[in-house]
Design a protein around this ligand. Structure first.
Ligand code: PAZ
Length: 340
């Protein structure tokens, strides 16, 4: 039998006025963000699709599941949006990586900027060719142009395999608000598979945004702004800490760090690891991102590991993601086996 009661106050301190007041619980910047910004109206639909996908793989295929984020978020300047701030990302890293995850037996939730590159269709969708150039007319019928047919057959087979095994789920976003709400919903659902979940956060998410409270309803009029447009943006709260600590604490989390100045890349990657306490940052430079990346991990002897394409690989169009993904999967396997 316990000889104490938690309901009894400690007599010496029960009325001790010298103990400062316990501060009222503060809302974090992330919580404030969700309190003051409305979720996209379609979110429940996405939630149910993602739930079905995760439950299917949990109970039937038993595959690991990766959330790949891809492409850039926009920052609208008006509620009825005519103008918005955007960034350079085409979604190449995300779409290409998703294909290699699928080839390596993962189920992929592909959270992407709508109309950016998609796995498989990326080979044909954003080229300078018109899609009709891939076709030819033979005996009054349309056929695939023989120049492209062999390669297209390989892509088609991989695409069908992903589709028939229900291994690829496409979820779009456009604005940073849509991205953040959708990321939260998917992350929380991924807790269903615990350590088998992998986050591969390659999207280029805006660092600054215009809060809904300051957003004009209608198109900004040039006459009213005196010929100048001054935009006052707030910082987007750092959601990675919420993801690591609350939304998906059992998952392996891989974030990307993009810089343009080589001399600060490693330092910025290490700062991100220290700040968010996740497992891997992949650093890349805007100028060389298709040829080299660096893996930075906490407390590893070899804590900077560069992955580079050599000249032969570059001339034979090897994609750097074909080297990145097997390395990421190794880190995930160690995570699942508790070797990290
Ligand atoms: O989409 P893309 O292939 O043109 O570019 C990929 C990338 C550079 C956006 C990605 O590799 C990345 O670094 N994303 C994170 C960016 C950041 O928030 O630092």
């Amino acid at each position: 039998m316990k000889n104490f009661h938690t309901a009894n106050p400690e007599m010496e301190t029960a009325i001790d006025r010298s103990i400062p007041d316990f501060p009222a619980a503060q809302l974090s910047d992330e919580d404030k963000y969700f309190k003051h910004h409305k979720p996209p109206s379609y979110l429940p639909e996405i939630e149910s699709e993602v739930k079905d996908f995760i439950e299917y793989h949990k109970s039937t295929s038993h595959k690991n599941i990766v959330l790949v984020t891809s492409g850039g978020t926009t920052v609208p300047l008006e509620n009825n949006t005519v103008r918005f701030i955007d960034n350079f990302s085409a979604g190449t890293r995300g779409a290409t990586s998703a294909e290699y995850f699928l080839e390596n037996g993962y189920a992929v939730i592909f959270l992407h900027r709508e109309f950016s590159l998609l796995p498989y269709s990326r080979h044909y969708s954003h080229t300078t060719n018109c899609f009709l150039d891939y076709m030819t007319e033979v005996n009054d019928k349309v056929e695939i142009n023989p120049t492209f047919a062999d390669e297209m057959l390989i892509v088609l087979r991989k695409y069908k395999q992903a589709k028939e095994s229900n291994s690829l789920l496409l979820i779009p976003f456009t604005t940073v608000n849509q991205y953040l709400y959708t990321l939260r919903v998917i992350s929380e659902l991924l807790q269903l598979v615990g350590k088998k979940a992998l986050f591969y956060l390659a999207a280029a998410v805006s660092d600054f945004f215009l809060p809904q409270s300051r957003m004009p309803t209608h198109k900004i009029q040039s006459q009213e702004s005196g010929g100048k447009l001054e935009v006052n943006l707030d910082q987007v709260p750092k959601f990675l800490s919420r993801l690591v600590d609350n939304w998906a604490p059992s998952a392996l989390i891989v974030s990307f760090k993009l810089e343009t100045d080589r001399s600060i890349l490693i330092k910025k990657a290490k700062t991100a690891l220290e700040r968010y306490q996740h497992q891997l940052v992949i650093g890349n430079l805007l100028q060389t991102r298709k040829k080299e990346v660096v893996f930075v991990r906490p407390q590893k002897d070899d804590d900077e590991q560069w992955i580079r394409l050599n000249d032969d690989q570059i001339s034979s169009n090897v994609e750097i993601e074909s080297l990145i993904i097997p390395q990421v999967i190794k880190v995930h396997e160690d995570w699942i086996n508790g070797d990290n």
